[in-house]
Design a protein around this ligand. Structure first.
Ligand code: ZN
Length: 257
């Protein structure tokens, strides 16, 4: 249908699909620290923290029970370095809702129900943009905290098959992220772009009706690659990480980029 809206979509296509020489946080950081190791270590430290790890593990156990509904938790960083956990205000089949984030909310974790995506969904990216904006707004009177929190902010998704984290890779894109994803005109476009770039190719290549044609690891790999490519091309400044557990039961993160 031709309407005013189609102009909005046409304009934003440029923005979403032209990968403007993205200066990645990974490359832009001071060369004196090993960026990759640094980023991954921060995530390792965060998720193996004694206040955080049990929360992650509780959600892993929850997912093991093949739940229909989602569940989740947010973590607020206190001045003494400890974390306070805050439960969601509501959860259900395909959604987890949190109260407005506080200035010190740094981690948002949610677990997918059985049969849900193994990576963050389009709706999860919307949620992330709102979350970031709420933290930013809560910090507007404290110069500098926004950026510091921005570097720490982590959105973790735990599913039956995967533990995935999204982190800010490029702080300068924080504003853009919210505008692009949450602004209503772009919101529709964003959801369609996610679907056409991440989900539809998988449906075409790996499914005939309800028959799964690709083996799970191949399906998994396609999902990861499509999602990572989408994040890169959409130029949102978000980095993608996945975790496994080592023999001591500690989380070990890997940066997909
Ligand atoms: Zn989700």
């Amino acid at each position: 249908m031709l309407s005013q809206k189609s102009n909005v979509v046409a304009d934003s296509v440029q923005d979403f699909y032209v990968n403007l020489d993205k200066v990645k946080y990974l490359e832009a950081v001071d060369s004196s620290f090993h960026s990759y190791t640094f980023l991954v270590n921060r995530l390792n430290q965060l998720t193996n923290h004694p206040d955080v790890k049990p929360e992650m593990e509780a959600l892993e156990a929850y997912v093991d029970g093949n739940p229909v509904n989602e569940d989740g938790v947010e973590l607020q960083l206190e001045s003494d370095g400890s974390y306070t956990s805050v439960p969601p205000v509501s959860t259900g089949n395909g959604f987890t809702s949190f109260a407005t984030a506080s200035a010190n909310t740094v981690v948002q974790i949610h677990a997918h129900g059985v049969g849900d995506y193994d990576y963050h969904s389009d709706g999860d990216l919307v949620l992330l943009s709102e979350f970031l904006n709420q933290v930013k707004e809560a910090n507007t009177n404290s110069n500098g905290i926004v950026l510091n929190n921005g570097q720490n902010i982590t959105a973790i998704m735990i599913s039956d098959g995967k533990i995935v984290a999204l982190r800010i890779g490029d702080l300068s894109k924080l504003e853009n992220l919210y505008d692009k994803i949450f602004n209503q005109n772009l919101h529709d476009f964003f959801l369609r772009a996610y679907n056409s770039r991440v989900i539809e190719p998988i449906d075409e290549e790996c499914f005939a009706g309800t028959n799964q044609l690709c083996a799970d690891p191949i399906l998994e790999e396609k999902y990861k690659n499509n999602f990572d490519k989408f994040l890169d091309d959409a130029n949102l400044g978000i980095d993608l990480f996945t975790a496994t557990k080592d023999s001591d039961g500690n989380y070990v993160w890997n940066c997909v980029d």
